[in-house]
Design a protein around this ligand. Structure first.
Ligand SMILES: Cc1cc2nc3c(=O)[nH]c(=O)nc-3n(C[C@H](O)[C@H](O)[C@H](O)COP(=O)(O)O)c2cc1C
Length: 199
């Protein structure tokens, strides 16, 4: 089956071998990220997602924070493997930090008490939708990326380093760059175990 959108979805993969030679300009990357996030749906159009884009030295700073934080937590004998992994992220061209604004979520809970329990869940779902949109839009431009989660251990330092509002809750880090090695083959479980179609 061919479909323009699902074909693009297939093009989006987790790329671990990233380089810093972007096939498009930093301005174009920024514009794509903005558009993909803005066009992603949010509950009640609440637009809870917040994004910080780091290029070059700012991106290096993020992975220094991750490395220094992990160094205090990972046993010394296991640290070289951790360090190699962090260095592979630092080798990319940039990073995208995904946040959700808890102030907006709190406001919605107060405004619509009937749905109070749902708003934090919808906020998480909206963040995932924004992440996938950006990841796929970058793939369309042959920019590779992978999704990482070093929150919450890096949260305080990230907030302090880029002077971010306290209400922004860090949800994910997406590192991007040139594709130095394609992803391997992807395995899929059987459709029969996953889908039920009734006509
Ligand atoms: C919610 C979520 C969390 C993930 N967290 C991580 C992560 O912390 N580190 C990582 O390397 N990949 C992470 N991934 C990527 C998955 O491992 C990857 O998408 C999956 O193995 C399928 O491979 P593909 O992205 O190439 O299709 C995450 C993906 C999702 C959807």
């Amino acid at each position: 089956m061919s479909n323009a959108f699902t074909d693009l979805m297939k093009k989006r993969r987790t790329i671990y071998h990233l380089g810093n030679q972007l096939p498009i300009s930093e301005d174009r990357v920024t514009a794509i990220i903005k558009e993909a996030v803005k066009e992603s749906p949010t509950a009640f159009n609440s637009q809870t997602s917040r994004v910080v884009v780091l290029f070059g030295e700012q991106h290096q700073k993020l992975w220094d924070i991750v490395k220094n934080t992990l160094k205090k937590l990972v046993p010394a004998e296991a640290f070289s493997a951790t360090e190699a992994k962090i260095d592979s992220f630092a080798a990319g061209a940039g990073s995208i930090l995904y946040f959700e604004d808890t102030d907006i979520v709190k406001g919605l809970q107060e405004q619509f008490p009937l749905y109070a329990d749902n708003f934090p869940v919808w906020s998480e779902q909206a963040s995932g939708m924004a992440q996938l949109s950006v990841w796929t839009a970058l793939a369309a431009e042959n920019v590779g990326a992978s999704l990482q989660h070093y929150n919450p251990i890096i949260d305080d330092e990230v907030h302090a380093t880029w002077d971010l509002p306290k209400t922004w809750k860090l949800r994910a880090q997406m590192v991007f760059g040139s594709i130095e090695q394609e992803a391997g083959e992807k395995n899929y479980m059987e459709d029969d175990a996953r889908f039920k179609i009734f006509k």
